[in-house]
Design a protein around this ligand. Structure first.
Ligand code: SF4
Length: 335
């Protein structure tokens, strides 16, 4: 174990960085419309992608700098061979408090048991429709059945609480907002609604396709009266609601466009090709991979990370006239 370097990793706005999202692959078996073009993107070459040894070593360094929560993402992380052993190696990092994974659940029926046994704490599942046809239109894959099986498997092996994340898009899946709440009640899940963000490869995002957090709340509250819950921690991105009638399940509303929460942001990202992204919407990156592969010492790597965090943006500029969407698509950032 690496000695704790210092109590916290803080940016120039005084925000403590506690969460690292590690993308382990840019590949995915889905083509979600808000994430990547139907034709896909040019995959990174194997040599550009960090090995599991490199990823584990860097994760240890981030934890020694004060990161306490790791989230494994992709592309689709369960597509990368060896992911179970990787999760196991992350789970053994001392000082780590939370280890989560974000997946499209397609491979969960086969992986859930081994993920649970490897030390994974909890799971978030991206699912944007509960209707087979609409699901296929949105992901270009006829796989709703498998994804629902995946949710059952995650529940069976206690990868709980399970969050199901829906990106709400006007005229596309907004009609299913209440269905998702019903599903969360029925299955005792956390249904999280995410406002559509301009991170889609095809560049089809526009403000009038955004269904605001307020609207989402009102649609659900009209059918299932909601009560506000306190946040789990101060940098929680979702506003949490319980069902006033005491039913199981929970609602989370994430409104980065209409109610930005950047002021309390505690997140940074490491892409599969080893770039530090200090914000989801960063227009510049910090090439940690080449520093690592240049034979840099532990101290040099730490200093590189500390300097990168000191350059963390104050927040996204989506609501600013000069907003520029990042070139990287969501599939190459990892959400
Ligand atoms: S947009 Fe950037 S600064 Fe804002 S919450 Fe997301 S990652 Fe943090």
């Amino acid at each position: 174990m690496l000695p704790l370097y210092r109590p916290s990793l803080t940016d120039s706005y005084g925000r403590q960085i506690k969460d690292l999202r590690i993308s382990i692959t840019d590949r995915c078996n889905f083509r979600c419309v808000y994430c990547m073009p139907e034709s896909g993107v040019e995959w990174k070459k194997k040599s550009e992608i960090l090995s599991y040894e490199e990823l584990t070593y860097l994760a240890e360094i981030f934890v020694s700098l004060g990161v306490t929560k790791l989230r494994v993402t992709g592309g689709e992380p369960l597509l990368r061979r060896g992911v179970i052993n990787f999760i196991r190696s992350l789970a053994s990092i001392q000082g780590l408090e939370d280890l989560a994974l974000t997946t499209n659940a397609y491979f969960l029926p086969e992986y859930a048991e081994r993920l649970a046994k490897s030390g994974l704490k909890r799971i978030s599942i991206s699912i944007d429709s509960l209707k087979p046809k609409a699901f296929e239109l949105l992901t270009k894959v006829n796989a709703l059945g498998r994804v629902l099986e995946g949710i059952d498997a995650a529940q069976k092996y206690n990868l709980t609480p399970i969050k199901i994340n829906m990106v709400v898009m006007r005229h596309i899946n907004e009609s299913e907002i209440v269905d998702f709440a019903s599903f969360a009640r029925e299955k005792n899940l956390i249904a999280r609604y995410i406002e559509y963000m301009p991170l889609d490869g095809p560049g089809e995002w526009s403000r009038d396709l955004v269904v605001s957090g307020r609207e989402i709340f009102e649609k659900i509250n009209a059918v299932y009266p909601l009560m506000l819950l306190s946040p789990n921690h101060k940098s929680e991105t979702a506003k949490r609601f319980g069902f006033a009638d005491g039913a199981g399940g929970e609602i989370g509303i994430i409104a980065p466009v209409t109610e930005p929460f950047c002021g309390a942001c505690s997140r940074i990202r490491l892409t599969a090709d080893g770039q530090i992204r200090t914000c989801l919407f960063s227009l510049s990156e910090h090439n940690l991979r080449d520093v690592l592969r240049s034979g840099a010492s532990l101290e040099q790597i730490r200093q590189f990370i500390i300097n990168a965090v000191l350059k963390k943006e104050d927040g996204h500029k989506i609501n600013k006239p000069d907003f520029v969407a990042p070139e990287r698509t969501m599939s190459c950032i990892g959400g």
